[in-house]
Unconditional design. Structure first.
Ligand code: UD1
Ligand code: CA
Length: 479
């Protein structure tokens, strides 16, 4: 693709000119012992690769980003395709250097390339940009982002030369003698002048422990070719931590959740025990909302201000308006809750539930594809499925909408102000008119007109003295 043409067509204001970004994402992630590709494992509720793509997109436009995929390529492609990045296939995973060999053609039109790792998810756009600027400033062939984390084990190490120049990057297994004590690690994030990178890629060999083509060997090859290779130490070592094991996945998740909790607290949200809550990156919470310990907020959840979210509540992909009280133990998925509603303890809102303003949903009430109007109440032990419940309806304890006949689902409509007595079963499809009254324990199979009383149960029969007679008859038999 002729770069100049692309740049002429696409607005790239504020985006680094002449730079492409390649993201290494083809590896299997053997150390995770998973059937899923490593880069699709999540931290902070989002796949590793998506974190990296999102950071990259803030540095260059998506059409200058190339994700190098290989292991389970189709699954990886589908999971991140919505980001608009390009994909390059590395059909066999023969090392990080080989990955760039596969991308050579895609990168050739660009002057410079930033290489990111799909398994280093905390990297921030400003750090990527700083590396690019450092690279341009020093006019080297390669710049490596480095760090000094408390534990360097597992990482490649930086052999410094003079000033900011380095001599080589040595993988952990190849460290010899004094090198074992080097604390400065290779983050796996680099900037290259494309023509020098492409010239050296053909010199890589797989003469090492894993018989792979290591991108890290390019550093020494460039130095041998009298090119400058520079190192820039990251300000914050956290940012360049990689994920190779489940333990590292958990560690990074903790860091991301902490970052999110701090962000919410500084925006005016109270988290009583922030370290116990799991809040995904994209979740929004309004000011003066109080989040009790052990709450899980995930996906595209938006919570208004002045709410209280009770302990052990799990809320996913839902919208909660202002002033809502969610008592402990609620599970809410794909639902909307309007202002000042009260839920729980132990309410279960399944997808498609909409709870009206000031409505109450109480303990052990399950809703699915159901709307409760303003001020409606369903306080105890109910199943409300495929139902439309008007304003100020009172749904008595134990009411069940029988929405499924074994083949299809049917709707229940309860109009405004109706009163449903306890333990009613409403066999759908059925409509209860406005202001109607359903006697407790009724099985309702036919529509009820507005303001009517419907009794769908056997009349009570009382047999005086029956129980006493029975007892006496048994006693007589025994003696
Ligand atoms: C790599 C670096 C190491 C650095 C560390 C930082 C090499 C040889 N070593 O080691 O110096 O300290 O990252 O986290 O590069 N990948 C491919 N194709 C492949 C192999 C890997 O795309 O054929 C991708 C992986 O999916 C991963 C990234 O490259 O996203 C890094 O690969 P990985 O095997 O995790 O390298 P490390 O051993 O961590
Ligand atoms: Ca890694």
């Amino acid at each position: 693709m002729p770069r100049n043409l692309k740049q002429a067509v696409l607005p790239t204001a504020g985006k680094l000119e002449g730079f492409a970004i390649a993201i290494l994402a083809a590896g299997k992630g053997t150390r995770l012992k998973s059937k899923h590709p490593k880069v699709l494992h999540a931290v902070g509720g989002k796949p590793l690769l998506l974190h990296v793509i999102e950071a990259a997109r803030q540095v260059v436009p998506a059409d200058r980003i190339f994700a190098i995929i290989g292991h389970e390529a189709e699954g990886v492609r589908q999971a991140v395709a919505h980001s608009g990045v390009n994909f390059v296939l590395q059909p066999e995973q023969r090392g990080t250097g080989h990955a760039l060999v596969c991308a050579a053609q895609a990168l050739a039109p660009y002057a410079n390339v930033l290489v990111l790792s799909g398994d280093v998810p905390l990297i921030r756009p400003q750090t990527i940009r700083a590396l690019a600027e450092f690279h341009l400033q020093h006019r080297g062939a390669m710049a490596v982002l480095t760090a000094r984390p408390p534990d360097a084990s597992g990482y490649g190490r930086i052999v410094r030369r003079r000033g900011a120049e380095i001599a080589a990057i040595v993988e952990q297994k190849a460290l010899r003698g004094k090198q074992e004590r080097i604390a400065e690690i290779n983050s796996g994030i680099y900037a290259f002048r494309v023509k020098d990178l492409l010239a050296r890629l053909t010199d890589l060999t797989n003469d090492n422990f894993h018989h792979e083509y290591y991108l890290t060997d390019i550093a020494a090859l460039l130095v041998r070719a009298r090119q400058k290779v520079m190192a820039l130490e990251a300000e914050n070592a956290h940012e360049v931590l990689g994920v190779n094991t489940r333990a590292e996945l958990a560690q990074l998740d903790v860091l991301l959740r902490r970052r999110k909790a701090e962000e919410l607290m500084s925006a005016g949200v109270t988290l009583l025990r922030p370290e116990t809550c799991l809040i995904d990156d994209q979740v929004q919470v309004g000011a003066d909302t109080v989040i009790e310990p052990f709450v899980h907020l995930s996906g595209k959840t938006i919570i208004g201000s002045d709410c209280r979210i009770g302990s052990f509540s799990v809320i996913r992909d839902s919208e909660i308006a202002n002033g809502v009280e969610i008592r402990p133990g609620c599970v809410i998925t794909g639902s909307r809750v309007h202002q000042a509603a009260v839920l729980g303890p132990y309410s279960h809102l399944r997808p498609g539930s909409e709870i009206g303003e000031g409505a109450h949903v109480g303990n052990f009430v399950e809703t699915k594809k159901s709307r409760l109007g303003k001020g409606a109440k369903a306080n105890h032990l109910s199943y409300l499925g495929d139902s439309d419940i008007g304003a100020n309806v009172n749904v008595g304890a134990g009411t069940i909408t029988c929405n499924y006949d074994g083949i299809s689902k049917h709707p229940t409509i309860i109009e405004e102000g109706a009163f449903i007595g306890s333990d009613a079963t409403l066999v759908a499809p059925v409509r209860i008119g406005a202001g109607a009254y359903i006697a407790a324990g009724s099985c309702i199979t036919q529509d009820v007109p507005p303001d009517a009383l419907a009794l769908g149960r056997a009349y009570q029969t009382v047999k005086e003295g029956w129980a006493k007679k029975r007892r006496e008859a048994r006693a007589a038999k025994k003696s």
